[in-house]
Design a protein around this ligand. Sequence first.
Ligand code: C5P
Length: 333
Amino acid sequence: MISIPSFAKINLGLTIGPKRPDGFHELRTVYQTVAIHDVVRVQLEPGSGIEIRCDDAQVPLDSSNTCYKIAERVLEAAARLKPAATKVIIEIEKRLPVQGGLGAASSNAVATMLALERALRIALTPAGELRIAGDVGSDLPLFLLGGTVLGVGRGEEVYPLPDLPRLHIVLVTASVGVSTPQAFARWDELVARNAGLTPPGAAGTINEFSGRVFTWLSKSFSQALPASGVPARGGNRAETPLLDLVRAGIENDFERVVFPEYPDLREVKELLLREGAHYASLSGSGSTLYGLFASETEALRAADRISAAGHNALPTRTLTRAEYWEALARGGE
Ligand code: C5P
């Protein structure tokens, strides 16, 4: 049995662009992996077929599960490498919220691919892995990079960015499940209603986003990293990128359609800011909101207070690319 941790991501800003001829929306976002995870276990038996096991009733166990879809694709590729009569059993131990905007289902699928490759003793090429991941879903390829990642195209075209200095995070997941296709549909309605005014999804906005992200990143890194390139530790140095992020005005466009529909989520964002977050935002299309804090102490205190107010608040931190791959190599137990 191969066991792999399957980490969550947050979006540090997300700009939605025009709807493309293929029905997807052009996106610009910065993904960041964080230190909380599900565990995915893959086991092979003689026979055929793919079986998904999961205790969480919200997780589908049929061929609509992203883990199922990716396992099918990996088996197809493996059949070309070596013939096999193999049954694949995929067990998902859920710790992350389902439909939370944390990319859990996407991350589960990438963990399945990596575990299945190990179990079958095959190695797909990095390009092959990226292609399969992007075919299964827009949010999968980022998990083949980990750390801080720029996402363009429909989100599936990914570029590794220099790791941010460690940021402390509080995640708050509301009990509503926000459907991503529905949030995109609401966005299209908003753009249609605003036609002739200032369409929020105008092509110019997306280029502006890239500009803001790059300004923020270059300022953050030139100030936060010493000449050696080793991230600064301790003190309040994490504040610089935080403040730059706020000044750059990086926002998540989904807030414009998700907050009016779920006003409780806007209140959670305000609560995070009141509890000392330097920046707070919806992740993906939600329903998870995150707050960025300058120190672990501040994040822990805020998480306690937000939990005491009756919310599901979880303290965590950013996970660098090296930490991500070290954890995947160690396995999920
Ligand atoms: O790629 P993924 O399976 O995650 O996308 C789910 C749905 O979200 C798509 O079918 C599409 O409706 C919408 N989507 C979109 N634009 C994107 C990503 C997703 O419209 N960039």
